[in-house]
Design a binder for this molecule. Structure first.
Ligand SMILES: NC(=O)C1=CN([C@@H]2O[C@H](COP(=O)(O)OP(=O)(O)OC[C@H]3O[C@@H](n4cnc5c(N)ncnc54)[C@H](O)[C@@H]3O)[C@@H](O)[C@H]2O)[C@H](O)CC1
Ligand SMILES: [K+]
Length: 492
């Protein structure tokens, strides 16, 4: 399996929490893995743990407790700072257990000078570095910086927890780092530990499993939303996404639903370009919509010059909701796609879509399984792994990102395939597909295609699940739009 970045690891952790596997359980497994490694290396001896106030230090607390259950080991631990400043509940809980765990010494040292004077640095068989892990930001500050220097100047065998402290697991600049003999990283290899020259800092790298649920990685969860781009405090209007919805003509509700969903997902500007016969109706749904009427009562080739200008001032186009399948409409879609930098293609726009799209642009297609089957030209297999393979190779062959909607949604950009299980049977009501495309458009405006597509199906389904709690099978597409912010506010 390939390596992952530390932000991907954080997303997996958060997905574990979402599934009910708590951080304290993962920490217990992480610490136990460190203790096992020490026990397999030496059967007795002196071990000094140096712990920071984050969860990297928390892993060290657990490891020290496990190791001290065996009286062959003399276990000492220094906490860098005051225990009142330990950051997380799981770490606090594990620190408090240390008073009952038979350690030879347990010290809290916040001051760098005092740290230098500490008598326990010498004659350890092993020093365990739990100073900083994946949560590091910038160059190590004090007292962590002095602790790193003291660890490096010892003659002991150095084992780093998760990452050599100070080293960037994503491969960024290293200002000051522990030079370890061995690094035990958790769950998966990290990108930065595979880079040429990284072994100078890490020593031998081992990957320890910590009991992460398989679904926390494969299925989209709350943690994935953490990797979405966040709004800058000094953002200007438009920075958070300009979405152009091209739809309507045959219908009027669909483009309005997509537009309102995009606004609730956080897009700054949502413009709805619809044939003039439905423009007033679409505009009447909400004063928040900007509606541009297009000549004619269906999308047609004469609309292209106006749409071309609009595409230039928008980050992403959402093409399809309520268009109808008139020949001239589908031909217009075909001519429009190569003009888009980014587009979400849905509903009627998928009907006669010619693939691959001859364009430099990036595309997300959101077919349900019957639509996908038509594009794919064959039946879709029942079994989930085969479905993933089919969607993945289709995405790769056509250079698109695909969301195949179903009871379990399958999302792939051709290199990665993810699954989503949020959503419920109440969402078979009309308009829910339009809501999903609107959410996808808003996310795609400011994120890459795979993140946008995966998070969009998750948000749409989770908002639908919240709506289902109050409305049951009577839920409407507009009820889902009303709950989008509740899902997003849970994370961003
Ligand atoms: N699934 C897993 O991999 C698990 C990993 N665990 C361990 O948790 C750490 C990450 O923990 P986190 O609390 O997010 O961060 P750190 O402990 O690395 O550090 C945060 C801590 O340090 C302060 N800080 C940040 N930058 C600096 C700096 N430049 N100088 C000084 N101090 C800094 C920050 O303010 C915080 O207080 C991971 O590596 C694993 O070891 C889980 O225990 C189990 C699941
Ligand atoms: K560390």
């Amino acid at each position: 399996m390939s390596s992952i970045t530390s932000s991907k690891m954080r997303a997996i952790d958060a997905n574990c929490t979402y599934l009910g596997l708590s951080p304290v359980q993962l920490m217990e497994n992480a610490g136990a893995a460190i203790a096992r490694e020490i026990m397999s290396k030496i059967s007795s001896g002196k071990v000094l743990f140096v712990a920071g106030r984050g969860n990297n230090g928390g892993d060290a607390f657990v490891a020290a407790r496990h190791l001290a259950t065996n009286t062959n080991y003399e276990v000492r631990l220094i906490l860098l700072g005051h225990s009142s400043r330990i950051r997380t509940e799981e770490s606090k809980q594990n620190f408090s257990l240390l008073s009952y765990s038979g350690l030879t010494e347990l010290k809290e040292i916040a001051d760098s000078k005092e740290l230098e004077k500490y008598s326990g640095w010498k004659d350890n068989d092993i020093i365990v570095d739990g100073v900083l892990g994946s949560g590091i930001k910038g160059a190590p500050r004090e007292p962590e910086s002095t602790a790193i220097a003291l660890i490096n100047s010892s003659n002991s065998f150095i084992i780093s927890i998760d990452s050599p402290s100070g080293y960037d697991l994503d491969g960024g600049e290293v200002v000051k780092s522990v030079i370890a003999d061995m690094t035990i990283t958790f769950h998966r290899m990290k990108t930065g530990l595979e880079l040429p020259g990284s072994e100078k800092y890490s020593g031998l790298v081992k990957v320890a499993p910590i009991g992460v649920c398989r679904d926390a990685e494969e299925y989209v969860g709350m943690g994935d939303l953490m990797s979405l781009s966040r709004r800058n405090r000094d953002a200007h209007k438009g920075n958070s996404g300009r979405v152009l919805i091209i739809g309507g003509g045959a219908y009027y509700g669909a483009p309005a639903l997509a537009a309102l969903a995009a606004l609730r997902t956080g897009a700054d500007i949502v413009t709805v370009a619809v044939p003039e016969n439905v423009a007033d109706t679409v505009a009447s749904f909400s004063p928040n919509l900007i509606v541009i009427p297009l000549k004619g009562d269906r999308l047609n080739p004469s609309n292209i010059p106006v749409l071309k200008n609009l595409l230039e001032t928008h980050d992403v186009a959402v093409i399809g909701p309520g268009l109808g399948r008139e020949k001239e409409t589908l031909e217009t879609v075909e001519q429009l796609l190569p003009l888009c930098r980014k587009a979400v293609v849905d509903a009627d726009a998928l009907f006669e879509l010619k693939l691959p799209i001859k364009s430099e642009g990036k595309f997300i297609l959101t077919p349900h399984s019957a639509e996908f089957s038509r594009l794919y030209g064959s039946e879709i297999p029942e079994e989930l792994d085969s479905k993933k393979n089919v969607v993945s190779s289709f995405a790769s062959d056509n250079d698109v990102t695909v969301v195949m909607k179903g009871k379990v949604d399958v999302i792939s950009d051709g290199s990665v395939a993810r699954l989503n299980r949020t959503g419920n049977a109440g969402m078979t009501v009309g308009g829910t597909g339009d809501v999903l495309t609107g959410i996808t458009g808003a996310l795609f405006a400011v994120n890459d295609a795979m993140d946008a597509a995966s998070c969009a199906v998750f948000i749409s389904g989770a908002a639908g699940d919240l709506a289902f709690k109050n409305k049951g099978n009577g839920l409407l597409a507009t009820d889902i739009i009303a709950r989008i912010t509740d899902v997003i506010l849970g994370v961003l």
